[in-house]
Design a protein around this ligand. Structure first.
Ligand SMILES: Cc1cc2nc3c(=O)[nH]c(=O)nc-3n(C[C@H](O)[C@H](O)[C@H](O)COP(=O)(O)O)c2cc1C
Length: 214
């Protein structure tokens, strides 16, 4: 189905994709944004419910309000850490909402598809999981397009609903900052800033039973 070169390209994008916090002001062509959103819309979804919407924000005023909501939450979350860890947390850059030329708010509508979405009755969160698949598609597509993307989830949902006039039953799942960058990281920023590191994969794989290694 795919040539070796095409297969390698997929794995390359998966490995190269990074969460990015620094953006240039240069704008992104409309057709590129269109392709990225189209990639999001081609994600799998439970019962094919496609619970997502994409709100594209160019307005500097709205971006500033979103940045305010994220910063308020960042400061509130600092109470979970003490001493040096708190200083370290507060030194991390956790969003680039004002700098990025566009923000896309990806939402989840749990009512889409009515009360009996195939497969969703057992695990109601599968609607959110579907939106996460959509976001990952957008992230990989952005990387392939040479566009940096940062996922921001530091906010109170009601702040975002208020700023963007989102109805109460709709979940604002993510704020995605998109733009060009001259600082596309080689490794996760949280790894280079020594906040966390990638787990050894062999520790995560079990066989037949929980905890049973090969
Ligand atoms: C559900 C989700 C929410 C996230 N929220 C934030 C966030 O609010 N701020 C932030 O700086 N990074 C956020 N990230 C990015 C992660 O910190 C990042 O993916 C992780 O450190 C690994 O780095 P990488 O994406 O470059 O591989 C989020 C990622 C996911 C999947």
């Amino acid at each position: 189905m795919f040539s070796e070169q095409e297969r390698d390209a997929i794995y390359k994008v998966i490995r190269k994709r990074r969460d990015v916090r620094s953006f240039l002001t240069k704008s992104i062509p409309e057709e590129v944004i269109g392709r990225i959103i189209e990639a999001g819309h081609h994600a799998p979804s439970v019962g094919f419910m496609q619970p997502w919407n994409f709100i594209i924000v160019h307005s500097q005023k709205i971006k500033k309000q979103l940045a305010w909501a994220a910063d308020k939450e960042r400061r509130a979350l600092a109470i979970h850490y003490e001493g040096e860890r708190q200083d370290h947390f507060l030194s991390l850059k956790v969003e680039g909402l004002k700098e990025a030329p566009i923000t896309i708010c990806v939402t989840c509508d749990p009512t889409r598809g009515g009360t009996h979405v195939l497969g969703r009755n057992s695990i109601p969160e599968t609607d959110m999981m579907s939106v996460a698949c959509s976001i990952q598609n957008m992230w990989l597509a952005s990387c392939a397009e040479g566009i940096a993307l940062g996922w921001v989830s530091f906010y109170k949902k009601n702040d975002i609903r208020e700023i963007m006039k989102i109805p109460p039953h709709i979940d604002p799942v993510a704020l995605l900052s998109l733009g060009y960058t001259d600082e596309y990281p080689e490794a996760p920023i949280l790894e280079t800033s020594k906040w966390a590191k990638r787990e050894e994969i062999s520790k995560l794989i079990y066989v037949n039973h929980w905890g049973k290694k090969k």
